[in-house]
Design a protein. Structure first.
Ligand SMILES: [Zn+2]
Length: 285
């Protein structure tokens, strides 16, 4: 099953909410798959981390996309209550950068009431179907579901702003990445495929090249009988999956698939060099 990759600082709840939106799932279907949301409860983390495990180990999901690092520093796991809050200015930036919006993890955490980037109080979200404000804590919702007219700023004062700042300082700053991110890998492979003359309209040619290489000792597809071609194509489920994905939502390849492609497309480059190229890629899609 498809799962969107988390954005920087995105709350895990938000990833599930975007999955629901991208796949047009009903809230009931989402609940069947992930259980109820229960903000800050993370009961769905097994299912989600299973879907994302090729790209994100569960430790990274916890460290970068939950408030657990802060809770560890607070040394008080009874403290938090969660609600949907947001900074309208941050949402605008997200929309321009990613084409969609998401919940930053700290917005959902009570006590954080101020946006440190835009220096204004967060908004307490009301939702379109006008149910009671905290009912939505059970659902997976995205910021697009917010009814901005009905939302109001959270109560905020200089003291509360100070407390908010202190809480944010307790979230561990992520270590600088020395690994290429999934987006960088995606950008890298898109460029490599382009350099090799493969664009979204002739991916079948690439598929046949890979088939000849793996199944028939490097033979060109024109040298293969149609029976060989048909049988070989059927055996490569993941190749089909790969091109379905690469032609629509971008390239999310597993590490083993990356290695296999590397041997065919750039046999003279070591995997370390390849990694260095990927690291030099932009982090934006
Ligand atoms: Zn902001």
């Amino acid at each position: 099953m498809y799962a969107p990759y988390p954005y920087p600082e995105e709350a895990l709840e938000s990833v599930v909410a975007r999955l629901q939106r991208h796949l047009y799932l009903s809230p009931r279907e989402t609940k069947r798959k992930f259980g109820s949301n229960c903000l800050g409860g993370y009961a769905y983390i097994d299912t989600l981390s299973d879907l994302l495990k090729q790209a994100f180990p569960v430790e990274q999901l916890i460290a970068d996309h939950t408030m657990v690092p802060l809770l560890r520093n607070l040394n008080d796991t009874t403290y938090p209550r969660y609600a949907y809050r947001y900074c309208p200015d941050c949402l605008k930036v997200q929309l321009e950068t990613h084409g969609e919006t998401y919940w930053r993890r700290e917005w959902l955490f009570c006590g954080v009431c101020h946006c440190p980037i835009h220096h204004k109080p967060l908004m307490l979200a009301s939702f379109r179907d006008k149910r009671a404000m905290f009912d939505h804590c059970r659902d997976f919702v995205v910021p697009e579901d917010v009814e901005a007219r009905l939302s109001r700023p959270v109560v905020s004062s200089r003291c509360l702003e100070k407390m908010s700042q202190c809480l944010l300082e307790l979230i561990a700053k992520p270590a600088p990445r020395t690994e290429a991110t999934p987006v960088q890998w995606r950008n890298f492979w898109i460029q490599l495929l382009n350099d090799n003359g493969y664009i979204s309209t002739n991916l079948d040619a690439l598929k046949q090249r890979l088939l000849g290489y793996w199944e028939f000792g490097g033979k060109l597809s024109t040298e293969l009988s149609s029976d060989d071609l048909t049988a070989g194509m059927a055996r490569y489920d993941w190749v089909q999956e790969l091109f379905a994905k690469s032609s629509s939502i971008g390239i999310h390849w597993r590490w083993d698939q990356t290695l296999q492609l590397w041997k065919v497309l750039c046999p003279d480059i070591s995997i370390e060099e390849l990694h260095a190229h990927a690291l030099a890629m932009p982090c934006n899609p």
